[in-house]
Write a protein that binds this ligand. Sequence first.
Ligand SMILES: NC(=O)c1ccc[n+]([C@@H]2O[C@H](COP(=O)([O-])OP(=O)(O)OC[C@H]3O[C@@H](n4cnc5c(N)ncnc54)[C@H](O)[C@@H]3O)[C@@H](O)[C@H]2O)c1
Length: 355
Amino acid sequence: MNGIKVALVGVGNVASALVQGVEYYKDAKGNNEFVGISHPDFAGFHVKDIQFVAAFDVADTKVGKDLSEAIFAAPNNVMRFSEPPKSGVKVMKGPMLDGVDDMLRALVTVSDAKEADVVKTLKDSGAEMLVNLLPGSAEEATKFYAQAALNAGCAFINGTPIPIASDREWAKKFEEMGLPVVGDDIQDQLGSTVLHRSILQLLVSRGVKVDKSYQLDVGGGAESLDSHYRGRMRKRGVKSEAISQDLPYDAPLVAGSSDYVDFMDNSRDSYFYINGRQFGGAPIKIDIRMEVTDGPNAGPILLDTIRGTKLAMKRGLKGALEAISAYGFKMPPTPTTMYRAERWVEEFLLGKRTL
Ligand SMILES: NC(=O)c1ccc[n+]([C@@H]2O[C@H](COP(=O)([O-])OP(=O)(O)OC[C@H]3O[C@@H](n4cnc5c(N)ncnc54)[C@H](O)[C@@H]3O)[C@@H](O)[C@H]2O)c1
């Protein structure tokens, strides 16, 4: 069987979209025919090859529930677009560490269930990789799960902006254990970072000198609350650095999560402002507003990353996977332009690139 056994930590909005997506696209055939995903088949695997075998969370609404139920439990507020069948995977309670801070406690009540032995659970489940979808500011918890993945012999895919794949020390630990690591901070399929980077590339290729630009995000998921209060400067640094990859010169660029608006649920509004000069110094100004739903925007990237990671494991690759990380994450170990990252992935799939 061509299965990919995946464990999840953090059964929030992104995990919900991912689990729903595997059910939703399980019958997808051919490439480029399906709304919302670029690759029903990727790296020799179909979406339906992905199988969830373990999950960890701390919220009392999720711990002890079947994964198919937990993905719809409060405070998750992502859209419901499929009904995954009962999985037989019970969400286990992991250690709290810095997972839920005072602000997040307004949305999450921590379960008083007994903590699971994470490494043993991963080993018993047969998980090949652990996908980290903890809150973006949960640094200690992210490091705990990265170490647990190492101890259990699992690859690690880091959806959060905490440096793991892009941190030399962590990447080395994975390399020494013969395991791949991918990350950091998911770059949405069509989110604010990708749109901003594409516009900057277009302007550069049309000879426009970009003088300054900002991008502001407003959202209503639990992660927007966390990144607005705890992770504000970290997220701003990662996003600003990501868009700067596509400008071949220095210019003031600011991108960040700017506010949490509870009634927006899992939707996200992004505002872009770009100021530059074109022929003869004539001014050009661009103002754009984009509205998307957050969780599903991470789904296709994670589907590709999981399958790319499995291919890497089949090939015996270890350490930080450069191509997949640059393609799907905002803070990869080797940053590059968006289009070069896509080319790297094509080369990686063809076996012309080793990492
Ligand atoms: N499109 C996107 O939504 C997107 C894009 C880029 C990056 N990300 C990153 O993906 C991650 C997940 O985002 P989300 O919107 O699903 O967040 P979320 O807040 O909806 O989910 C986080 C989950 O982690 C759980 N949790 C908290 N502490 C824990 C602990 N110690 N152990 C186990 N579980 C714990 C929470 O209960 C919650 O279920 C974030 O780090 C975010 O920055 C998301």
